[in-house]
Design a protein around this ligand. Structure first.
Ligand code: G
Ligand code: G
Ligand code: MN
Ligand code: NA
Length: 256
């Protein structure tokens, strides 16, 4: 079956499931939020990764439908009593937006309506936009980012360090959070160039008032390097891979 057929089937059969990957607040030593990551859970073929079906969803226009499913699950999780019980002081939840969604000016208000219906505080909801998606059409991206923030949501620039947005450009984007791509982190302890770049990104972000989440932390050595540079938040296999929501209580025990 080709991927388009598989995706259509998955949407019809409710095989699209959101997994959550914890984001760790180093200072507090606890999980402060999650990134929602879509999967197709096929009954016989197993888990199919978004690396395969997101590009097809974009090419075929199925991305709108897929995003609605992901968004609905994410908002329901943000309102989930079991998850809230794990986080007495609240938690944030991030969802990825694809480049095509940055051409949908009604999107921010649709998300806000969904949040309101479920009783989720908008400031707990975060949208992740990749650098390349923003740079493909900066004007429209800025309009959407501005509206999302007017509505109280947070906006993160994802995969930072892989694209070509100039540092000067960062200043013009109304962002809350920078997510440093894992390519800048892998082997951090043995690559002085990566260390220097990460140092600069963290310093600059502090000056611009941006919160930074360092992605792709896989080893204790990388974690220690990030800490020594003053990084405040991280995400990566060292802490937890993306997991099904029911697995989270166990993950919390481990990260603490
Ligand atoms: O989870 P994994 O590493 O397999 O994800 C691969 C890529 O797919 C990542 O770049 C991630 O941002 C993207 N992705 C995962 N879920 C979604 C989603 O719901 N929407 C969009 N647009 N991208 C997603
Ligand atoms: O592009 P984006 O940042 O949204 O992609 C997130 C993806 O990165 C997730 O699908 C997740 O599976 C993957 N990921 C998360 N942590 C790690 C990690 O520590 N190492 C590697 N190689 N991939 C990771
Ligand atoms: Mn992301
Ligand atoms: Na990323």
């Amino acid at each position: 079956m080709d991927t388009e057929q598989l995706l259509r089937m998955a949407l019809r059969q409710n095989w699209v499931k959101v997994k959550l990957q914890p984001i760790v607040d180093f200072e507090r030593g606890e999980v402060s939020g999650y990134e929602a990551l879509a999967r197709i859970e096929h009954p016989t073929k197993g888990t199919i990764s978004p690396g395969r079906f997101i590009p097809v969803a974009e090419e075929t226009g199925l991305i709108r439908q897929l995003s609605d499913v992901v968004m609905a699950q994410a908002v329901a999780l943000a309102a989930d009593e079991g998850l809230k019980a794990l986080h007495p002081t609240g938690f944030s939840l991030g969802v990825n937006l694809s480049a095509l969604q940055l051409h949908d000016p009604a999107l921010p208000d649709r998300i806000a309506a969904l949040l309101e219906r479920e009783g989720v505080e908008p400031s707990c909801f975060k949208l992740e936009l990749t650098e390349s998606a923003v740079m493909a059409d900066p004007k429209s991206a800025i309009d959407i980012i501005t509206r999302l923030r007017q509505l109280g949501m947070k906006v993160a620039l994802d995969d930072f360090g892989t694209g070509y947005s100039s540092l000067a450009y960062l200043r013009q984007l109304p962002l809350d959070i920078l997510k440093v791509d894992r390519s800048l982190v892998s082997g951090l302890d043995s690559h002085p160039d990566k260390y220097a770049i990460l140092e600069m990104v963290l310093n600059l972000s502090a000056k611009l008032g941006l919160k930074v989440i360092v992605e792709g932390i896989e080893t204790q050595e990388e974690f220690l390097q990030v800490l020594s540079l003053g990084g405040g938040f991280g995400q990566g296999f060292l802490f937890s891979k993306p997991v099904a929501p029911h697995e989270l209580p166990e993950v919390h025990q481990r990260v603490k």
